[in-house]
Design a protein around this ligand. Structure first.
Ligand code: SF4
Length: 212
């Protein structure tokens, strides 16, 4: 019997695709909502938030690096769950700016209630500049919302598995929301434009050095 070892297949790819892309499609309506702000909006280029409200479909990705990251999250979250740690924990806070009420939403990768710790899992192609400023700020927002004083960021890269304990720093979510609505930082970091889904339609686009 001769096997055709190179016969193309897509069975598993379709399973992964349907899980990862469906998750993104489910959020499309929310992405357009003017009163929903994600914690990630508060640590990124503020212009992305304004473009996303108009062009939400441009955020949909099915790239191998992003898929690898999602799968690593799923795997580590399973291990944490087996230890009784809550995973994919939705965190919300209502913020009033002028006469408008905004819902600030985030999803912590894990919350260890017994140790009062918020845990963030990050995958990256590079081990440079860890922990990264925007990851520390993101975790700090989660600490502010939960009221916990400490969190952990764990990085999984091709060369390293390292983690950092982060202590809560004072922050005003209301002021950060105001900065976002006033489009104060575009981009917030010099490397952001290179990775941005809106770079083809953005008047502020400025290609600069990569993150690492
Ligand atoms: S291209 Fe740069 S400035 Fe424009 S939205 Fe993206 S990150 Fe912001």
């Amino acid at each position: 019997m001769v096997f055709d070892v190179h016969k193309p297949a897509s069975y598993i790819t379709e399973l992964i695709y349907s899980r990862i892309v469906q998750e993104q499609l489910k959020k499309l309506g929310e992405l357009k909502s003017p009163n929903i702000i994600y914690v990630t909006d508060l640590v990124s280029c503020t212009h992305k938030y304004h473009l996303r409200k108009k062009f939400p479909e441009l955020t949909i990705v099915f790239e191998p690096a992003a898929v690898l990251g999602d799968l690593a999250h799923l795997g580590l979250e399973k291990i944490l769950m087996e230890k009784g740690i809550k995973v994919e924990v939705d965190l919300v806070k209502y913020v009033q700016v002028g006469n408008e009420i905004y819902l600030v939403k985030g999803r912590a990768d894990a919350v260890d209630e017994s140790r009062e710790l918020v845990i963030e899992v990050k995958t990256s192609r590079s081990s440079l500049n860890l922990p990264r400023d925007h990851h520390v700020k993101q975790l700090n927002f989660y600490l502010e919302i939960t009221g916990f004083n400490n969190g952990i960021i764990i990085y999984i890269t091709p060369e390293k598995i390292v983690e950092y304990e982060i202590a809560r720093q004072p922050i005003s979510i209301e002021n950060e929301v105001l900065d976002l609505l006033n489009n104060k930082h575009h981009p917030r970091y010099t490397w952001e434009c290179n990775y941005c889904p809106y770079k083809r339609i953005c008047s502020y686009y400025s290609p600069t050095a990569r993150e690492a």
